[in-house]
Design a protein around this ligand. Structure first.
Ligand SMILES: CC(C)(COP(=O)(O)OP(=O)(O)OC[C@H]1O[C@@H](n2cnc3c(N)ncnc32)[C@H](O)[C@@H]1OP(=O)(O)O)[C@@H](O)C(=O)NCCC(=O)NCCS
Length: 534
């Protein structure tokens, strides 16, 4: 049987595809034009997907109808192994040779890092972060450090302007918690009723997109990855601003508010246009309502019938609140401050932060949790048998299951030690919505998995690794019927409020260009004339 290797753009994953039938008439009918082959795919995280070739890409639907995407062909020949997969260009062997040669010039021995006291990942030896700034916007409490610098683990808390996230979540009114949080992060104090009403009006006034933006920028060029699309659309907004390079702090606030109001619309429409252009679904565009909160508008814009319950909107509002900020040291916020410190425009800084957030070690981890749990559910049949779950967890940690990284996604955190307050909050909110939706068996399975994971991680890693925000956020989004490709964009919709707040704060109170140092540890050479080189 011959194979083709394909690279799945949506999942960033490689699949081995075997041809079982060419010119299948049924599939050709399904996809109308260009259908030329009917193939069966066995992937790492999807089984038995039926595909149709589509010029140099193929569209697929899984046989349970729940998965779909587009593959790009990389190589179309008989192959024996799928271990090493890469895009093949004519000049690939030439480049590969240069790359091999370069290894002797690039090698940096590990011991040099400790010799020169380099803080890898900007972390101190005890795992805490290197201090790179001061902030009054928010604080992440994950441990207690005494006067001697000894770190003691503790239950985590997240403070926005000194208010605990637990209090902010508990005291929300009418699904406008996110709007209240934005106000708090941007201005530093909790709004009274009147102030919040005015602020909600300011946001609602900015929901609508500039003339022709929808046709020219959104519908005109859909993308497979919604985070990349959000970056492109954010940069496009620069062109619709009559004073885009103005980095005055008050101007930054005005531009930032515009982005906070528009990002939900951009993400939802980018998703709808992808469904339409890539998957040939009907195009559904609901305009945001001025009398809806951002959480309610997201559900309105995503759902074909625009309907949702109060509890659903409440859960999404909570998700936005808990993702809004996370101190100045989280990667995308630090990126925003680093890029902003050059004096560049806000659109460029936010675009850089979006790129940082996309990464699987940062905002993209929520997708990894979701796909890992899909595989866990498939292997265990969602059976709460503890021994079975333990075996699956051990297999993941041993690199035998899921993405073979040995990481159990949704556990562990760079700052939190005993618990992540966001996970604690989400667990209860998920339990609540699961009850309403008759999904308690799913929730109980997650809870059993979580408890067993703690036991296994303690045995293997000899220290507690807390459940992090991403473990329950995926379950929450899936209970809201939100597809996993929107998980990270939803994170961005919330976090842009933190990015803008830190950007303004840094402009006001630091203001210097971020410019750390690196030590040159290479050799010195006398220049060699080209004719004399070997
Ligand atoms: C979040 C994360 C990157 C923090 O990394 P970190 O600051 O290096 O974490 P720690 O210092 O506590 O790690 C201690 C050890 O436990 C391991 N570890 C941490 N989290 C782990 C996990 N979820 N699964 C398996 N091993 C893990 C680390 O690899 C390290 O092992 P080592 O000492 O043998 O190298 C890490 O926990 C992780 O990768 N988690 C999974 C991805 C995830 O859920 N990310 C979302 C974060 S909100």
């Amino acid at each position: 049987m011959s194979f083709i290797q394909v690279y799945n753009l949506a999942y960033k994953d490689v699949f081995n595809v075997s041809f079982i039938n060419v010119f299948n008439p049924v599939i050709q009918n399904c996809f109308r034009a260009f259908s030329t082959a009917f193939v069966l795919v066995r992937g790492k995280n999807t089984l038995n997907i039926i595909c149709v070739t589509y010029l140099n890409s193929i569209q697929f639907h899984s046989n349970n109808g729940q998965e779909r995407g587009v593959f790009m062909f990389l190589q179309s020949s008989a192959v024996k192994s799928t271990d090493t997969i890469r895009t093949l260009y004519f000049d690939d062997s030439i480049l590969a040779r240069f790359f091999g040669q370069s290894s002797t010039h690039n090698d940096i021995p590990g011991e040099l890092y400790s010799k020169y006291n380099v803080k890898k990942g900007l972390r101190n030896e005890d795992g805490t972060g290197v201090l790179v700034g001061l902030t009054k916007v928010s604080d992440v409490v994950g441990y207690v450090k005494d006067k001697e610098g000894k770190v003691t683990p503790c239950d985590g808390d997240l403070l926005y302007r000194g208010y605990s996230i637990h209090d902010l979540i508990r005291n929300r009114r009418d699904n406008y918690g996110f709007e209240e949080t934005c106000f708090l992060l941007l201005f530093g104090f909790l709004p009274n009723k009147n102030q919040l009403a005015n602020f909600k009006g300011c946001l609602a006034d900015r929901y609508s997109l500039p003339d022709n933006f929808m046709i020219n920028e959104i519908l005109g060029s859909p993308s497979l990855n919604l985070m990349n699309r959000l970056q492109a659309l954010t940069l496009q907004l620069y062109n619709y601003d009559d004073d885009p390079d103005n980095t005055d702090v008050y101007e930054t606030l005005r531009k930032g508010l515009n982005l906070i109001a528009k990002l939900p619309v951009l993400a939802c429409y980018a998703y709808q246009s992808k469904l339409h252009k890539v998957y040939h679904d009907s195009l559904i565009i609901h305009y945001p309502r001025q009398d809806y909160s951002i959480a309610e508008n997201i559900l309105l814009m995503l759902r074909p019938d625009g309907q949702f319950t109060k509890k659903e909107a409440n859960l999404l509002d909570a998700l936005l609140v808990i993702h809004a900020d996370h101190g100045g040291g989280n990667n995308s916020t630090f990126t925003d401050v680093v890029v902003g410190s050059t004096g560049t425009d806000l659109y460029s800084a936010i675009c850089a932060s979006l790129g940082a957030l996309k990464g699987p070690r940062h905002g993209g981890a929520n997708i990894s949790v979701s796909r890992m749990m899909d595989e866990v559910k498939a292997v265990t049949g969602m059976n709460c048998d503890k021994a079975k779950i333990k075996k699956v967890i051990l297999d993941i940690l041993d690199g035998k299951l899921y993405d073979h990284s040995g990481l159990l996604y949704g556990f562990g955190h760079a700052v939190y030690t005993l618990s992540d307050p966001r996970a604690e909050i989400l667990r209860e909110l998920c339990r609540n919505l699961a009850q309403e939706k008759g999904m308690l068996s799913t929730f109980n399975f997650y809870k059993m998995f979580e408890d067993t994971a703690h036991e296994v991680l303690m045995e293997k890693k000899k220290k507690p690794l807390p459940t992090n925000v991403d473990f329950y956020s995926g379950l929450a989004y899936s209970m809201l019927g939100i597809p996993d490709e929107l998980y990270t964009p939803l994170f961005a919709i919330a976090r842009v409020s933190g990015w803008v707040s830190h950007n303004m704060e840094n402009k006001m109170y630091d203001g210097r260009i971020m410019r750390p140092a690196t030590k040159y540890v290479g050799e010195m050479h006398d220049f060699v004339d080209m004719d004399s080189r070997s």
